[in-house]
Design a protein around this ligand. Structure first.
Ligand SMILES: Nc1ncnc2c1ncn2[C@@H]1O[C@H](COP(=O)(O)OP(=O)(O)O)[C@@H](O)[C@H]1O
Ligand SMILES: [Mg+2]
Length: 374
C-alpha cells in the first residue's frame, strides 16, 4: 500500500472567526494545497470561548463542554473538506489541529523568570481522531513552553522553509487577531515574535459599534481620521516596548482594555476605528523599520490581508519595502496558518522539531505535539 501523504491543518485563531482547514500534499517541505474550507463557529459557542478567554471567568464545567463541542466542530470542518475532496481517511497521514486558544500567558519577560508560562488550546483531539478515523497531532505549544519558550509564534519555522530567499531579506507578516512577524535574513537567520494586536481591537470595536463581525475592507475606519494623542496613548502599552521573545493574546488586548483607554476620549467611533487601523499598521511597521537588517520585501498573510485600508497604512508606514501578499510566493494568504499546522503535524510524525528557539526563547529545539491515534 502507498503510504498516506496528505496532511490536514485545522486552525482557529484569536479572532474566533471560523475554523480554517486545508488539505496539503507535501513534496519534501513544499506544500500543494489540494483544497480548503472555512467552517463557521455558532455564535453561542463563540461566546463560550470568549467567556473562557478572560482570566477571572474560569469555569471548569464550561471548559469541558466547550472542549467537547469544539472537538465535534473541528471534526465537522475536517470531514466537510475530506468529503468534498473525495479522499479517504487512509490517504491522510495526519491532521494537525491547533485547537482554540482560551488562555495564553507566556513566561514573563520581567524579573520573575522562574515563573513558567502557560498556554491552553482546546478542541478534544480524541474526538477528532474518533470522528475522522485519522491520526491527529495536537497540543503543539506546550513542549516549547516546557523548555522556557513562549510556545508562540510557531509559524516562523514553516515560513522559513517555504519563503526564505538566499539574496533577499524578507519579512512575513501574519495578521490574525494578533499579528506576528517572521524575519528571514538572506544569510539564513530567522527571528520572529508577536507585534501586538492585528485585527482583534478593530473587530471588537466594530462589533461593539456596528454589530458586524469586522470592518469590511477597513472601509468604515478609512472614512475616519486617526487621532495622534490616542494613538500614542495606545502605543504606550508596555507590550510594544518589550524585547523579544514575546507573544500576546486576548488577555492583554481586548475590548475591556480598549474601553479603559477611551474613558476620557470624545472622538467619534469612526475616528477611533481609524486610530485602531493605524495602531495595527504602525506597531507592525515600527518593528520592521527598526530591525538591524534592511528589509526589501514584506509579504502579508492572515485575514488582515483582506483589509484594504490596513494594507495601505502598512505600506505607507514602510516606504523602504514592497508590501504584498504571500500569494506572490505561491501560497494563498488565507491558508498559510492552516498549512503551517499541517506541516507541523508532518514534522511530528517524522520525529522532526517544529519550534525555533531564536523565535520562542526555548532552551532548545523540540518535537512538538502529542499524537492521538484513531
Ligand atoms: N473582507 C475583510 N475585510 C476586513 N477584514 C477582514 C476581511 N475578511 C477577514 N478579515 C479579518 O480577518 C480576521 C480573521 O483573520 P484570521 O487570519 O483568520 O485570524 P485568526 O488567526 O485570529 O483567526 C477577521 O476577524 C477580520 O478581522
Ligand atoms: Mg481565523
Amino acid at each position: 500500500m502507498v503510504s498516506p501523504n496528505i496532511y490536514l491543518g485545522l486552525m482557529s485563531g484569536t479572532s474566533i472567526d471560523s475554523i480554517d482547514v486545508a488539505a496539503v500534499e507535501f513534496n519534501k517541505d513544499i506544500p500543494r494545497v489540494l483544497g480548503s474550507h472555512s467552517h463557521s463557529i455558532p455564535e453561542k459557542l463563540r461566546q463560550q470561548i470568549l467567556n473562557l478567554s478572560l482570566p477571572g471567568n474560569d469555569n471548569i464545567q464550561l471548559y469541558c463542554e466547550t472542549d467537547n463541542q469544539l472537538g465535534e466542530l473541528f471534526s465537522e470542518a475536517a470531514l466537510t473538506l475530506i468529503d468534498s475532496l473525495n479522499i479517504l481517511p487512509n490517504q491522510i497521514a495526519a491532521i494537525g489541529s491547533h485547537g482554540q486558544t482560551i488562555r495564553h500567558l507566556p513566561p514573563s519577560s520581567c524579573t520573575s523568570t522562574e515563573k513558567a508560562g502557560y498556554s491552553l488550546q482546546i478542541s478534544d483531539p480524541n474526538i477528532i481522531a474518533a470522528r475522522t478515523g485519522c491520526t491527529v497531532v495536537a497540543d503543539f505549544r506546550r513542549a516549547d513552553m516546557a523548555l522556557g519558550g513562549h510556545g508562540a509564534p510557531l509559524v516562523p519555522a514553516f515560513h522559513q522553509k517555504l519563503f526564505s530567499h538566499s539574496e533577499k531579506n524578507r519579512v512575513i507578516v501574519n495578521i490574525g487577531g494578533i499579528a506576528n512577524i517572521t524575519v528571514l535574513a538572506a544569510n539564513g537567520d530567522c527571528s520572529g515574535y508577536d507585534t501586538g494586536p492585528g485585527n482583534i481591537l478593530m473587530d471588537s470595536w466594530c462589533q461593539r459599534q456596528l454589530g458586524t463581525a469586522y470592518d469590511n475592507n477597513g472601509d468604515w475606519g478609512d472614512g475616519g481620521t486617526a487621532n495622534n494623542p490616542l494613538l500614542n496613548q495606545l502605543k504606550s502599552h508596555s507590550f510594544f516596548a518589550q524585547p523579544a521573545p514575546k507573544s500576546t493574546g486576548r488577555e492583554a488586548f481586548n475590548l475591556r482594555w480598549l474601553e479603559q483607554q477611551l474613558v476620557d476620549c470624545d472622538l467619534s467611533a469612526q475616528d477611533i476605528q481609524a486610530t485602531l487601523i493605524q495602531l495595527t499598521a504602525e506597531t507592525i511597521a515600527d518593528q520592521i523599520n527598526n530591525l538591524d537588517l534592511p528589509i526589501s520585501e514584506v509579504f502579508v498573510c492572515g485575514g488582515g490581508m483582506l483589509n484594504g485600508a490596513l494594507m495601505q497604512r502598512l505600506a505607507e508606514a514602510m516606504p523602504e519595502s514592497t508590501v504584498s501578499s504571500t500569494s506572490e510566493l505561491g501560497l494563498n494568504p488565507n491558508w498559510v496558518e492552516a498549512c503551517a499546522f499541517a506541516w507541523l503535524a508532518k514534522q511530528r510524525l517524522e520525529g522532526k522539531t517544529g519550534n525555533l528557539p531564536s523565535v520562542t526563547g526555548a532552551s532548545k529545539e523540540a518535537i512538538l505535539g502529542g499524537i492521538y491515534l484513531a
